[in-house]
Design a protein around this ligand. Structure first.
Ligand code: SF4
Ligand code: FE
Length: 481
């Protein structure tokens, strides 16, 4: 397994085609806006080698028997699923941001079990191809980005009915050695920090959508791939050289568009190719695995609760009963998310491939919680912090020879705490609720791993209302007619 530093050096060797602010980024590894997101992924390497965390971060490969990073593992038991959830929370606590590597893991698990079932039906060799790829990823300790969300164009039309046929990733040419694809995947978490990409369809497909029912893996610097880096609120603060004003100066996440312009994929890297009826299974399994992965938000929530409690201490209001109650409410909300992510993992079961899948109903309840509770937690944190979190002057003002003493004097809270500490905690709350960190903590909680309605559809399907009606009839002594 690699160290964080070795991982960063391995990224340096990639020849990525990345754009930001309309210009090509010559060395993403050295870009001040990108570095914090790279640091967050580097933590997934360093902690795997730390004796304190290796039990949570590593596992034995079911393919080779070697010790590997859990991020590159196909779950073999409910214990593995639970380990993932606990890892997610811990990494959220350590980075207070999206650490990006989980989309790949959830993609592995979805592709692995689906490929097995396609092979059973059609006699294809997708799982063998996938295992070869996975063994390579495990041996090299790589980061793989799971790419699902197509740009989708007119949401009312199916992939093959779009005016522009590239609105969903598709095969444009079939050659003896492989396929050529066109399209664009949106909101791609961590792509600039990834060695490889696994693409999957974004929705269930009909027989006429054959060219869109594709899944494959390719290196992130393959010819024809262009990455356009997504903006985040307050992102250019990272270029100002101030630690305080960024709020979370060491870590961050990122999302980007990935454009595929006639990208060649060799056959041994293709895991679904026109078997339209399996697209839905792949989507559902990926989403099912990714929804409890949002235990990452519980870890970030722990940091936010801590920041709110510190703000209360520094403001001198920690003893007020309504403040205590708000911190209790934040804790309750946070632990409720954690409970549902653990529950769906403990209730997981084996797929025909032997790989374990979470309980889908509970996983969807978990993610539905995530679309709501972090919003309420942000509201409570802002309430506790007070308006200073969005009105305080910059670090340069604090350091100014002429006016710094005013900032120091007038923005002090309780006398025992330096003004700078108060300003730092306010900026951290700003980062998590409104700044670059809010992408990962707030809006990603809404839309990442599927928007709220996607979970409600699954909850409706799996809620089994008829069974519940029968229970009520039985108790009320209503005979069947
Ligand atoms: Fe992982 Fe959470 Fe980021 Fe998704 S949002 S990639 S689960 S850290
Ligand atoms: Fe996400």
């Amino acid at each position: 397994m690699k160290t964080g530093q070795e991982y960063i050096e391995s990224l340096r060797k990639l020849n990525l085609n990345v754009y930001m602010f309309g210009e090509k980024v010559e060395s993403p590894v050295d870009h001040p806006i990108i570095i914090p997101s790279m640091n967050a992924v580097a933590m997934t390497y360093d902690l795997a080698l730390d004796p304190l965390y290796e039990e949570l971060m590593t596992v034995k490969s079911h393919i080779t028997g070697e010790k590997i990073n859990l991020f590159n593992h196909v779950f073999q038991s409910t214990g593995d699923l639970v380990q993932k959830v606990k890892r997610q929370r811990m990494l959220g606590q350590k980075t207070a941001c999206c650490f990006q590597r989980c989309v790949g893991q959830d993609a592995f698990n979805a592709v692995y079990s689906t490929a097995y079932e396609i092979d059973e039906k059609y006699g294809t060799d997708y799982q063998e191809r996938f295992n070869k790829f996975l063994a390579y990823v495990q041996a090299e300790d790589l980061v793989v980005d799971g790419a699902m969300t197509d740009v989708k164009g007119d949401r009312g039309l199916s992939p093959s009915d779009q005016k522009d046929p590239d609105m969903y990733l598709r095969v444009v040419e079939r050659r003896p050695g492989g396929i050529v694809v066109n399209g664009c995947k949106a909101h791609q978490t961590g792509i600039v920090n990834s060695h490889e990409i696994i693409c999957m369809p974004t929705i269930s497909m009909k027989p006429e959508d054959k060219d869109y029912a594709i899944s494959f893996a390719i290196p992130s610097d393959s010819p024809g791939i262009t990455i356009i880096y997504g903006r985040q609120s307050c992102d250019t603060r990272k270029m100002e050289g101030s630690q305080i004003d960024v709020g979370n100066s060491e870590f961050g996440g990122h999302e980007a568009l990935i454009i595929f312009d006639h990208v060649f994929v060799p056959n041994d890297r293709v895991f679904l190719n026109g078997e339209t009826e399996f697209a839905g299974m792949l989507v559902e399994r990926f989403a099912g695995h990714h929804r409890p992965s949002y235990a990452c938000k519980v870890g970030v929530g722990d940091v936010l609760i801590g920041a709110a409690a510190l703000a209360a201490d520094y403001n001198g209001v920690a003893k007020a009963s309504h403040i205590k109650d708000k911190l209790i409410e934040m804790t309750h909300l946070n632990e409720t998310i954690y409970s549902s992510s653990l529950a769906c993992s403990y209730e997981g079961s084996a797929t025909p491939s032997g790989a374990y899948l979470i309980d889908q109903l509970l996983a969807n309840v978990c993610k539905q919680n995530v679309t709501r509770f972090p919003y309420e937690m942000c509201r409570l944190a802002e309430d506790i912090a007070g308006g200073l979190m969005v009105t305080q002057p910059s670090e340069k003002d604090l350091r100014s020879k002429e006016i710094g003493h005013y900032v120091e004097k007038y923005l002090r809270g309780v006398d025992s705490v330096p003004t700078e500490h108060r300003l730092r905690i306010m900026r951290l709350i700003e980062n998590l609720t409104l700044g670059t960190g809010a992408v990962g903590y707030r809006t990603e909680s809404m839309h990442g791993a599927g928007s709220p309605q996607a979970q409600r559809i699954m909850i409706a399907r799996l809620g089994n209302l008829e069974h519940k009606k029968a229970l009520a009839k039985n108790i009320a002594k209503i005979p069947e007619v």
